[in-house]
Design a protein around this ligand. Sequence first.
Ligand SMILES: [Fe+2]
Ligand SMILES: [Fe+2]
Length: 282
Amino acid sequence: MSGKAGGRLLAISDIHVAYPENREIVEKLRPRSDADWLIVAGDVGEVAADIEWALDLLKERFATVVWAPGNHELWTPKDDPVRLRGEARYRYLVEVCRRLGVLTPEDPYPVWRGPGGPVTIVPLFLLYDYTFRPPGTTKEEALAWAHDAGVVCTDEFLLHPDPYPSRDAWCRARVRETVVRLAERDPSLPTVLVNHFPLTREPTQILRYPQFAQWCGTVETADWHLKYNAAAVVYGHLHIPRTTWYDGVRFEEVSLGYPRERRMYDREGREPLREVFPEDAP
Ligand SMILES: [Fe+2]
Ligand SMILES: [Fe+2]
């Protein structure tokens, strides 16, 4: 699979289509050319039918759509007729994507050959393991700190890790499996690493509630942008859209986020699609 010269490699995340305002924005997303590809870095929605609606619409429009799951897709909400939990829910969503022609972390990594290419696009599903907690604290202490502050991620109630004993155990298994997959890629090509959660801890340092960081990633991936020769890293989850650089590597937080956040932070009218390649002019 290859991107045609001249297209754009675009990215978005956290489109949260349960919100009608977000759904309207998604309905307006269109490529400029048949060669544009779209990365969707998680938190499409919660209810399986909503997730399918959005990915189907985007795949109808963009030549290639690459999806990495967010935590919200992995919830089992009370109002979802799809009652699958944990790994079974993830596998169900992968099958939905296959039916739609959307690429997932379980598929061969596609190579983008448009501007900035060739690069291997690597959608990742790694989850988090609570290691972005304050140094010197245990997982239990950090969770108690979050409970005391009233800042507990809803994942604790709706993101079931079955058949793993915990979300962190699931994360460790995913990291192990992903390292094997990454070792099999073409080592001569740079990568675009796509993960719902930030690969490094630094982006979480500006969170309004520092307690939330423990649900935001794993220290296991701290050097992956270097180890896997990343030309760019695409992530979301924090709902803080921006571009930052770590060790000379560009990190793009590409969240659309919630309507109230766009109003609060004056992001209304901002272009919802980020150009990974060609690189946005500063
Ligand atoms: Fe989100
Ligand atoms: Fe998220």
